[in-house]
Design a protein around this ligand. Structure first.
Ligand SMILES: Cc1cc2nc3c(=O)[nH]c(=O)nc-3n(C[C@H](O)[C@H](O)[C@H](O)COP(=O)(O)OP(=O)(O)OC[C@H]3O[C@@H](n4cnc5c(N)ncnc54)[C@H](O)[C@@H]3O)c2cc1C
Length: 375
C-alpha cells in the first residue's frame, strides 16, 4: 500500500475506533501505559495496520517503512501510546529480521508487533554504558548453547519482557569488537533476576538484570558468534530513526498542548521561537532519515545527528513547559500535573538514553567528519 492510501485508511479507522482504542483508565503509572500499549498494538495488528512496513517473512504485509513511521506518528499524536515504550519495536524488530534464523524471526516478530510480548535490550552494564565494547557479561559455549553470567543495567522494560536482545562477551576484551556475541534470550529462564530501578519521573522505566548461569540455546544466536558488535552497530541506528520520528510527533503534540493551555503572555516569545525552530530542525532531519530507510539504505553513524537534535528538541520543549507551567509541573496534584511533571523530568534523560549527546558528538566528529581516531 502507498503512504497516501495508508494514511487515509488509518486515519479513518482511528476515527471510527477511537472509543475502543482510548485508554480504559488514567495513564498515571507505567503498568497502565504498558496495558494500554498492549491493547493498541493488538487492535492495530488485528486490523492489519501494524503489519504494514514489515516483511512478509515475519508476518508483515510489506510496503515501505514510511507506513510504520506514520502509524507511530498517528498513535502518538492522538495520545494513544507513549512513544518511548511503543518504539522499542522499531529498535529491536529490525535486528531480528536481519540477524535471527528465519524461522525464529517468523515465530517471534509477530508476537512483538501484536503486543503479545515485550522485549528488552540488554546492552549497558555497570561501568560500560558509553564504552559498550568493554562489556563483561560473559557467555561460555557448551554443546547446547551458551551459559551466561553477568549483569546488565538500565534495561528498559525488563520487568515486563519475555525476551532480551543481549550482548555478551565470548572472546577476550583485548579482541575488543571481535569478542562480542548477540543472543536472543528468554527472560523466564532459571537464573535471571530482574530488579526495577525507581526513577525521579515516577515510572520504574528500567531495571538491573542479573544472569547467573543462564542457558541460552544454540538457535538463539543473532548473526554469527563474535559478530555481536556489527549487530549492535546495526541496531543502534534504528534506535535513532523511526523511533525518533515518533518522539518528534509526541513533542509536537506536547508543544501544541502547552500553547493551548497557557496564556500567550505567560511565555517568552523568544523561547517559544527557539523551541519551534529546534523541533522543526529535528523533524526535518528525522524525515530525511525515514526516506533513507524507505530507499533501502543502510543506516549508520549519521543517525547520531538525529539523536543530538532529538535530545535538544525534547529538552527545549519541556524547558518551555517548565517556564509556562512552573507551579503545575513542579508542585501540582492530579493526573494532568503528574503527566506534565513526569514527562518534564524524563526529558532530562534525553541527552543520556540511546547514547549520550557527548558520545554522539564524538561519533559525528570521528566517523562523519573524520576528525581524530575512529574509536
Ligand atoms: C531512560 C533510559 C533508558 C535506557 N534504556 C536502556 C536499555 O533499554 N538498554 C540498555 O542497554 N541501556 C539503556 N540505557 C542506558 C544508556 O544507553 C546509557 O545510560 C548511556 O549509554 C550512557 O552510559 P552510562 O550511563 O554508563 O554513562 P557513562 O558512559 O558512564 O557516561 C557518563 C558521562 O561521561 C560522558 N562520557 C563517557 N565517555 C565519554 C567520552 N569518551 N567522551 C566524552 N564524554 C564521555 C557521557 O557522555 C556521560 O555524560 C538507558 C538509559 C536511560 C537514561
Amino acid at each position: 500500500m502507498e503512504l497516501a492510501a495508508f494514511r487515509t485508511a488509518l486515519d479513518q479507522w482511528l476515527d471510527e475506533h477511537g472509543d475502543a482504542l482510548a485508554p480504559d483508565r488514567p495513564q498515571d503509572t507505567l503498568d497502565e501505559h504498558m496495558a494500554q500499549l498492549a491493547k493498541v498494538k493488538r487492535l492495530t495488528f488485528d486490523a492489519g495496520f501494524m503489519r504494514f512496513g514489515w516483511s512478509e517473512r515475519v508476518g508483515g504485509l510489506g510496503g515501505s517503512p514510511l507506513l510504520r513511521a506514520y502509524l507511530g506518528e498517528a498513535l502518538t499524536t492522538r495520545d494513544l501510546v507513549e512513544p518511548g515504550i511503543y518504539s522499542m519495536t522499531e529498535t529491536l524488530a529490525p535486528t531480528m529480521v536481519d540477524y535471527a534464523a528465519p524461522a525464529l524471526a517468523a515465530e517471534m516478530v509477530p508476537r512483538l508487533l501484536r503486543g503479545d510480548e515485550t522485549w528488552c535490550q540488554g546492552f549497558s552494564e555497570p561501568g560500560t554504558g558509553s564504552n559498550l565494547a568493554a562489556l563483561a557479561c560473559r557467555a561460555v559455549r557448551e554443546d547446547s548453547g551458551w551459559r551466561v553470567t553477568g549483569q546488565k543495567v538500565w534495561t528498559s522494560l525488563a520487568q515486563y519482557a519475555q525476551r532480551c536482545v543481549l550482548l555478551v562477551r565470548t572472546g577476550p576484551v583485548e579482541s575488543a569488537h571481535g569478542g562480542i556475541t548477540a543472543l536472543f534470550a528468554d527472560m523466564e529462564r532459571p537464573g535471571i533476576t530482574v530488579r526495577p530501578i525507581d526513577t525521579l519521573h515516577g515510572g520504574p522505566e528500567f531495571c538491573e538484570v542479573f544472569f547467573d548461569d543462564v542457558v541460552v540455546p544454540t538457535g538463539r544466536l543473532l548473526g554469527q558468534e563474535g559478530q555481536g558488535w556489527s549487530v549492535a552497530m546495526d541496531l543502534l541506528p534504528h534506535e535513532r530513526s523511526t523511533a525518533l520520528w515518533h518522539k518528534a510527533a509526541f513533542l509536537q503534540r506536547r508543544l501544541q498542548d502547552l500553547l493551548d493551555t497557557v496564556a500567550e503572555e505567560a511565555l517568552d516569545p523568544v523561547q517559544v521561537g527557539e523551541t519551534v525552530q529546534l523541533l522543526a530542525a529535528f523533524r526535518a532531519r528525522s524525515r530525511a532519515t525515514q526516506h533513507q530507510l524507505a530507499a533501502g539504505e543502510r543506516l549508520g553513524p549519521e543517525t547520531s545527528v538525529d539523536k543530538v537534535l532529538a535530545a535538544g528538541a525534547e529538552q527545549a520543549v519541556f524547558d518551555l513547559v517548565e517556564a509556562g507551567l512552573a507551579v503545575e509541573v513542579l508542585l501540582g496534584d492530579g493526573s494532568s500535573a503528574s503527566r506534565w511533571r513526569s514527562e518534564y523530568l524524563f526529558s532530562r534523560a534525553a541527552t543520556i538514553y540511546g547514547g549520550t549527546s557527548e558520545i554522539q558528538r564524538n561519533i559525528i566528529a570521528r566517523r562523519l567528519l573524520d576528525l581524530g581516531d575512529d574509536r
